[in-house]
Design a protein around this ligand. Structure first.
Ligand code: SF4
Length: 462
């Protein structure tokens, strides 16, 4: 550690090296970046939001969609000038993109000024990579590049609980409970870039949540690519995690993401229903309402099975709100298939939907499937779905007007006296009488209106 510090200081223009970390993509990446920032702080560095001021720049990348990759390449290109101005600048690229060999090669050949490249499972080795790279720089040798691997034992070692974490948010905390995915949905790159599922032990999860609650965190979000399959490798289950974590004393909410319909159990829904600390909202991606398309996507559940889970959840938790992910225009899909997606959306009535037009991802099975749907056709279907969802969201949001809801107040936005809160069902509320003292507290807000997917409210007691 001392040697890494010394080398970092040697190449720093500042007394203490400034580090700029840019995060692309999902909450899992946000969580990984918290660990990366924690490691730099433990080495005596200072975080900065100004990349021009930085001695070290880290891009933590996302591989889910092609446009995310294009953004990274564009932003990397812009670093060339900074590197020319400050040859000592250390540039690091990590995250899902770098787990794909062809991308690693591309970065190496187009952006030779990137000195360290490593994948998602290597955060624990960051100090070694920096040391190796700067040492080779001192000796004027070739730069270091980390190799990827997917060995379960080694990956479990990489889940070191010792890695420090720098959390920017003081109210909401993301707590990863597992890493990787075993599902291989045909359109998805995640299992290839994040590897197989590895679960953290319940003890370590509980310890982390306990610390967070003691520090005053009010919203704990348990993270995993498929939280419902937690513990397969440990002989445990996600329901057990929910039970254990909510035994911790304190006033806090627990949410989780993402759930997979094929692994969700009645047991888990019963736990959500009976446990006050677990929020009554469920993000359950269905992707398509048509069995043929679900089969081609390798989702391993049918429309009927999906709707049966929804019915059971509605029965046990009458005020539950659902959100979901949908892909429009999957290669084999025809308009009649898409109509089944529309009918599923009408049946379930999601409070909001994350909708995506299918786009090919190199390295996935669907990449080689014949795509029969033109871009214009996909765009038409997409608008139809958005129009339908807008009307469903409006009817759900309007049902909250004039009601008093318990909300968790997050932080003030730019406008004076304007704050932002979340309901138990995960709806956003803009508070029109926001005060700094509400921040981080559970309050009662009267809902006075809504605009698109945002409720308007006034705090009536806190
Ligand atoms: S469950 Fe499917 S969509 Fe989700 S991360 Fe795993 S492979 Fe990707």
């Amino acid at each position: 550690m001392q040697k890494v510090k010394e080398l970092l200081n040697k190449y720093s223009a500042n007394q203490k090296p400034f580090v700029f970390v840019k995060t692309y993509g999902c909450q899992q990446n946000v969580s990984d970046s918290e660990r990366i920032k924690g490691i730099f702080i433990s080495m005596g560095c200072i975080l900065t939001n100004i990349k021009e001021k930085a001695d070290v720049i880290v891009f933590n990348t996302c591989a889910i969609r092609e446009n995310a990759e294009h953004r990274v390449f564009g932003n990397l290109g812009q670093l060339k000038n900074l590197k020319n101005r400050n040859p000592n600048l250390l540039i690091i690229v990590c995250g899902c993109m770098t787990e794909q060999e062809h991308i690693g090669e591309k970065i190496r050949s187009i952006f030779p000024f990137v000195e360290v490249i490593f994948g998602t499972n290597f955060i624990g080795n960051l100090k070694d990579f920096i040391f190796e790279s700067l040492r080779k720089r001192s000796l004027n040798l070739k730069k270091s590049i980390a190799e990827n691997y997917n060995n379960l034992k080694l990956r479990r070692d990489c889940l070191s609980e010792e890695i420090p974490r720098q959390r920017d948010n003081k109210i909401t905390a993301f707590v990863p409970i597992m890493y990787g995915c075993d599902n291989f949905c045909t359109y998805c790159i995640v299992p290839y870039v994040r590897g197989r599922e590895v679960s953290r032990s319940i003890e370590s999860i509980k310890k982390e949540v306990e610390n967070l609650v003691n520090l005053g965190y009010k919203e704990i979000i348990l993270l995993g690519q498929n939280v419902n399959s937690y513990g397969k490798d440990l002989g445990s289950s996600f329901t057990e995690v929910l039970r254990e974590v909510t035994k911790i004393d304190g006033d806090f909410w627990v949410r989780f993401m993402t759930s997979h319909p094929k692994n969700i159990t009645k047991d888990m829904i019963d736990e959500i229903a009976s446990n006050e600390k677990i929020c009554k909202s469920l993000h359950l991606p269905f992707q398509s309402g048509c069995d043929k398309v679900l089969y081609d996507m390798n989702r391993k559940y049918t429309r009927k099975e999906y709707l049966a889970i929804i019915d059971y959840a509605k029965l046990k938790i009458p005020d539950i709100l659902f959100t979901s992910d949908v892909i429009v225009g999957f290669p084999s899909e025809i308009y009649d298939d898409f109509k089944e997606t529309l009918s599923l959306v009408k049946t379930v009535k999601f409070s909001s939907l994350f909708t995506f037009i299918y786009s090919k991802r190199k390295g996935t099975l669907a990449y080689n499937m014949k795509d029969n749907v033109s871009c214009e056709e996909k765009a038409k279907w997409f608008s139809e779905l958005l129009k339908l969802q807008r009307s469903i969201s409006a009817s759900i949001y309007s049902s909250f007007v004039d009601r008093n809801l318990k909300v968790l107040v997050k932080e003030s936005r730019n406008k004076k006296n304007f704050g932002f809160a979340k309901t138990n069902g995960d709806l956003v509320v803009n508070l029109e009488n926001y005060k700094e003292e509400f921040k981080g507290k559970f309050c009662i807000a009267k809902i006075i209106g809504f605009k698109e997917r945002v409720l308007r409210g006034i705090v009536t007691s806190f």
